[in-house]
Design a protein around this ligand. Structure first.
Ligand SMILES: Cc1cc2nc3c(=O)[nH]c(=O)nc-3n(C[C@H](O)[C@H](O)[C@H](O)COP(=O)(O)O)c2cc1C
Length: 366
């Protein structure tokens, strides 16, 4: 039998990947507490997974204000750049490619995580019915402060600088996180954006902040090194839209104009059912985008092989399977059984449940 296309190389913008399996972005809350920097443990974790065609890092805040959970890494300070450099060196040494997911959480944060205990920021002063992790436990997300229009250029600039920092840190590119109910998604959707200025109201206005971020980031690092993640039909973090198909059709058409490396769609509810609302179509969105199509959410081996073989997507991103299987690519190739992940160690902690999942070879060696 010939090799399934899933295991064959692809050019993704300016990034050459050795197979069509991506490691999906996975927040693991293990950054150094004093400076939110990744360290040696992260280098080990990511380099263990370097057989992926492309690693997308855990979401990483572009500024102190962009942080929403304890111990998530940043990409705005020198020590963070230095920490990430160790990670990218280790991944490259093992023959992998890696991009960083750029994150501003908006209202999915808490005063205790914000500079000077300030309220988290959002398009509008509307609290999300969601939770965040403050280092001690899960807490309700509080009432945010609506951003002044004068503050938005500063946020766009934070994205630009974060993208420049990513290149300094040796990344192959960046993924702009516009999914899962965080800041950029909060601007896109009419459940969270009630603004009456140029950033609210019409679909075009609600897409304006994303457009400005894409302008800045692509100009800084080159569109061929930039991907973007959307979750058009997901309600993660209490987000929704009264009419998502026209909204996301506009967004994908807008994104297509940049010549980006890839479009990454969370298909259905993030980490949940793949069902779509009536009238929704993922293929209609992918069809509007000329770069590589990356699909994610609940894929198993056969689904991934079929989706790539049938040209539904060019790449498949696996999330939870990569937590528990550092050698996921080899296991999928061999149709070998997968380790089960331990949810108790998903968020926070040290090496346990992070770098100690066995490879197939280690298991065979007994
Ligand atoms: C522990 C954990 C952390 C996650 N962190 C992120 C993240 O930082 N950024 C993001 O876009 N999605 C994040 N997600 C969502 C995953 O990328 C992915 O969309 C989801 O797990 C569904 O894919 P899967 O079925 O292959 O796991 C996270 C999911 C899990 C389980």
């Amino acid at each position: 039998m010939s090799t399934p296309k899933l295991f064959t190389p692809l050019k993704v913008g300016s990034i050459d990947v050795k197979n069509r399996i991506a490691m999906a972005p996975l927040t693991r809350n293990r950054a150094r507490a004093e400076d939110d920097a990744p360290h040696e443990l992260h280098a080990e974790y990511y380099s263990q997974r370097a057989s992926a065609g492309l690693i997308i890092t855990e979401a990483s805040q572009i500024s102190p204000q962009g942080k929403g959970y304890a111990w998530t890494p940043g990409i705005y300070s020198d020590s963070q750049i230095e920490g990430w450099k160790r990670v990218t060196d280790a991944v490259h040494a093992n023959g992998g490619k890696i991009v960083i997911q750029l994150w501003h959480v908006g209202r999915i944060s808490h005063n205790v995580l914000q500079p000077d205990g300030a309220a988290p920021v959002a398009p509008s002063a509307l609290a999300a019915n969601s939770k965040t992790f403050d280092g001690e436990g899960f807490v309700d997300t509080p009432m945010p402060r609506a951003l002044d229009i004068e503050e938005l250029p500063g946020i766009v600039e934070d994205y630009r600088v974060a993208a420049a920092n990513a290149i300094k840190a040796g990344f192959d590119g960046v993924e702009v996180h516009a999914a899962n109910g965080y800041l950029l998604d909060q601007f896109l959707r009419d459940s969270s954006n009630k603004r009456e200025d140029a950033y609210g109201g019409s679909i075009e206005n609600r897409s304006r902040l994303l457009k400005e971020v894409m302008d800045a980031v692509t100009k800084e690092v080159g569109a061929g090194r930039v991907g973007v993640r959307l979750s058009p039909f997901s309600n993660a973090n209490d987000i929704s839209d009264s009419n998502p198909m026209p909204l996301f059709t506009h967004v994908v058409e807008l994104l297509n104009g940049y010549g980006l490396a890839y479009l990454h769609l969370v298909e259905g509810q993030t980490g949940g059912p793949r069902d779509l609302p009536d009238g929704a179509s993922l293929s209609a969105l992918y069809d509007k985008f000329d770069g590589a199509h990356m699909g994610n959410n609940g894929y198993d081996r056969q689904m991934a092989i079929d989706a790539v073989e049938n040209d539904q997507v060019d790449m498949v991103a696996f999330g939870r399977p990569f937590i528990a299987n550092p050698d996921l690519v080899e296991r999928l190739k061999d149709n070998a059984p997968l380790n089960e992940g331990d949810q108790a160690t998903y968020y926070g902690g040290g090496a346990e449940g992070y770098t100690d999942y066995p490879t197939l070879d280690a298991l065979k060696a007994g």
